[in-house]
Design a binder for this molecule. Structure first.
Ligand code: ADE
Length: 424
């Protein structure tokens, strides 16, 4: 039986399904690695009858992951991993054309979001595909009755892995979790080139602001921050980086960026983008010294990086200037502009990362689900990464699809690299 019948669904408008399917098919063209996995899965059915609760941004790329899981024989319930990131036409197509149980509506309130997490757990998943660890955290805090049936989980993000590590330290993680983000074919590409492009895409779609000549502050110089800073510079922005980590700060300096404290950057920045995974990185002290009309937005997983609640508290008025563009008018006539309510601007105001990078991220997700099933009962309750040869194989397949050839090591080179005898 299709999961939409078994577990139900809650979407905005089934009438959007045709448009959704066209866009999902369009994304699929850029996802050759996932396509190969799907073809193998269709033949081998490695997830036959397995129940999966997937919590992800409901995008065209995620739809292709869900199609892949379905081809493998899995029964998937899909919920949104963020209230603003759902593409309603995609949700409709998954329900109407793929028979998948989807609970996701763009703009859903927090109560609905939390209720959907509950529904995902109610389906008694054996595998949890998580993006930010909300499903796993709820499982551990509130639904321990579901725990015995869980084989393991996979986690897409840095933020989610940080939460899993904290759970593990407290002895709360009782099943294996695969840290998809730690795969090289994930964070080197999705976090850097995906976030780099999609974040600026979000800023531009929301505001149509010219980046050339603007002073743009990037908070955080992890892989996401590196991508955003690099692409912003490419568009002609004058980029400042803020960091707490000395190595990353040094990298940013040697990559040619100005690095300073946020309290200084706040005075000169015209556009601010947070990608730290931390909280209150842009806080009240910073709003106080910002230039009037400064634009602030976030591309980290949660909406805590900018203290929007505090800003609301001191605002005399909040006006919507365009969709997802709100002006907070402060006493004395100054204002601060917040994009996408401080939620992920790349998914709220644009479409998230392009399919070509999600191809590798979701190849990792699909193979992680298969890995959990093939190794059921053999993996300890800890955080795992997929074996390195899987990472290399994903990269190889991507290169083949891109028509890029690799050199092959000669026997002489191999011998040299494995020996210590030859030196000066
Ligand atoms: N995270 C960032 N971009 C995404 C996308 N396009 N689909 C799903 N998750 C994402």
């Amino acid at each position: 039986m299709e999961t939409r019948q078994k577990f139900g669904f809650e979407i905005k408008d089934a009438g959007l399904a045709q448009q959704g399917r066209r866009r999902i098919d369009w994304a699929e063209r850029e996802m050759p690695v996932l396509r190969l996995i799907r073809e193998r899965f269709a033949a081998e059915r490695p997830l036959e009858g397995r129940r999966i609760a997937a919590c992800a941004h409901v995008t065209t790329e995620t739809a292709n992951l869900v199609r892949t899981l379905k081809a493998a024989g899995a029964e998937t319930v899909l919920i949104a991993s963020n209230p603003l990131s759902t593409q309603d036409d995609v949700a409709a197509s998954l329900v109407e054309h793929e028979g998948v149980s989807v609970f996701a509506i763009k703009g859903e309130d927090t109560e609905t979001y939390v209720r959907h997490v509950g529904i995902a757990l109610e389906s008694r998943p054996e595998i949890i595909i998580d993006d930010g660890s909300d499903v796993v955290a709820t499982l551990i805090k509130e639904r321990r009755d579901v725990l015995p049936g869980v084989i393991g989980s996979t986690e897409e993000t840095t933020t989610g892995i940080n939460r899993l590590k904290a759970m593990w330290k407290e002895g709360k993680l009782t099943f294996p979790a695969i840290a998809v983000n730690d795969a090289q074919t994930k964070h080197f590409f999705d976090n850097r080139y995906g976030t780099g492009q999609s974040t600026l895409d979000g800023v531009i779609r929301a505001t149509n602001v010219l980046l050339a000549g603007k002073t743009l502050v990037v908070a955080g110089y992890g892989w996401c921050g590196k991508g955003v800073a690099m692409r912003a510079r490419g568009m002609g922005a004058n980029v400042i980086v803020t960091e707490i980590n000395p190595i990353k700060a040094l990298e940013a300096v040697m990559d040619g960026f100005r690095v300073m404290k946020m309290e200084e950057a706040a005075k000169t920045g015209e556009i601010f983008i947070t990608v730290t995974g931390s909280r209150n990185v842009i806080d009240m002290d910073h709003f106080e010294v910002m230039k009037s009309g400064a634009i602030v937005c976030n591309s980290g997983h949660f909406d805590l990086e900018i203290n929007v609640a505090g800003l609301r508290g001191i605002a005399e008025e909040v006006a919507e200037l365009r969709p997802l563009v709100e002006e907070y008018r402060l006493r004395g006539g100054r204002s601060v502009i917040v994009l996408g309510e401080g939620r992920l601007v790349n998914l709220a105001a644009a479409e998230g990362h392009p399919a070509s990078v999600m191809d590798m991220s979701f190849a990792n997700q699909a193979l992680s689900a298969e890995y959990l099933v093939r190794n059921e009962g053999r993996l300890e309750a800890a955080i795992h990464t997929l074996p390195e040869d899987v990472d290399l194989e994903i990269a190889r397949l991507k290169l083949v699809a891109m028509n890029v050839a690799l050199d092959v090591q000669t026997p002489e080179q191999l011998e040299y690299l494995q020996s210590w005898q030859t030196g000066t």
